[in-house]
Write a protein that binds this ligand. Structure first.
Ligand code: C5P
Length: 221
């Protein structure tokens, strides 16, 4: 088994308002990207990481990941998350058998969750995603902001990363669908391939807003 983690980190992170790409925002003295890559490698089952960086920040991200040596590689990302994942996938070694896709913004994901995702694919799953139950009721609204539907909360899940795939399945999905998605597993679903779920972890939260950053600081304290 050869496991490669793709880390889309090419977003501008405007909702965070830090003035630098989100992956370079520091928490406890180190960029989110460093926390994320270190966490992936600490799991012990990820052989290498391919990071998709903003084109203007490839050199900076390469420098901050020097600690990982040949285990981390930085490539220029694209104009959407999907494009960034596509470019990173293209840079993964051809003999890769398992691919994880993991947001740099989920910088404090526990190693146990990474191991659980890899173990599930190693055990035969084509695709696996970590999920959490939904605590709030979710409404679907129309363009005017009026409620259109109230899906049953019991059937809904919040989706996290790392998402894990048999490499051949993810490559097939990216070849088949050129459009953008916020969720790699969604492309695999469209192929008709079953996607398994495993329990996620609160620490795998995505850091999007200044509030999330404050929570991350508190977790690390
Ligand atoms: O914008 P959002 O928070 O959904 O982005 C999720 C992840 O995708 C982030 O880690 C971000 O850096 C990455 N991304 C990317 N390329 C883009 C846009 C977002 O790699 N063009």
């Amino acid at each position: 088994m050869s496991v490669v983690a793709l880390v889309p980190a090419a977003g501008r992170g405007e909702r965070l308002g830090a003035g630098v790409p989100k992956a370079l925002v520091s928490v406890r003295g180190e960029p989110l990207l460093v926390h994320a890559v270190r966490g992936l490698l600490a799991a012990g089952c990820v052989h290498s990481v391919v990071v998709a960086a903003p084109v203007s920040d490839v050199d900076t991200m390469t420098r901050v990941l020097a600690f990982a040596g040949s285990h981390a590689r930085v490539v220029p990302g694209g104009s959407s998350r999907t494009q960034s994942v596509r470019l990173a996938l293209g840079a993964a070694p051809p003999d890769t058998t398992v691919v994880l896709v993991h947001d740099a913004a989920r910088a404090f994901t526990p190693a146990e969750l990474v191991k659980a995702v890899v173990a599930r694919v190693d055990g035969g799953a084509d695709a696996v995603i970590p999920v959490l139950p939904v605590a709030d009721t979710i409404k679907r609204v129309d363009a005017a902001g009026r409620v259109a539907a109230t899906p049953d909360r019991a059937d809904l899940r919040v989706v996290q990363t790392p998402q894990g795939f048999r490499a051949e399945v993810l490559r097939r999905a990216y070849d088949a669908y050129p459009d953008a998605t916020t969720d790699d597993a969604g492309l695999v679903e469209r192929l008709g391939v079953p996607v398994d779920t495993i329990p996620g972890h609160p620490y795998a939260m995505k850091i999007t807003t200044p509030f999330d950053l404050a929570v991350a600081e508190a977790i690390l304290r």
